[in-house]
Ligand binder design. Structure first.
Ligand code: SF4
Ligand code: SF4
Length: 75
């Protein structure tokens, strides 16, 4: 399943809960220079939505996306 994680930077307060609850956090989440979190790699995300559920400002959107090319082999 291809998943995309979109964080609204305006809403993110940098609390780090998304990171704390994500089972694959180090492979998915990073903190930017402003102390806000973003998903840099969606490959390991399995759409559990823990991050979105725990975000106090509802800054996270977990979106299922259709793969562009079925024959690419990955996923
Ligand atoms: S849980 Fe939400 S507000 Fe907290 S760091 Fe993650 S995206 Fe930002
Ligand atoms: S949906 Fe689950 S696996 Fe994906 S980033 Fe959020 S907590 Fe991590």
């Amino acid at each position: 399943m291809a998943v995309e994680i979109i964080v609204d930077k305006e809403k993110c307060i940098g609390c780090g809960r998304c990171y704390d609850v994500c089972p694959k956090a180090p492979l998915i989440w990073k903190k930017d220079k402003d102390g806000k979190y973003y998903a840099y790699n969606f490959e390991y995300c399995h759409n559990c939505k823990f991050c979105a559920g725990r975000c106090p400002t509802k800054a996270i959107l977990v979106k299922v996306v259709k793969p562009k090319n079925k024959n690419k082999g990955k996923g």
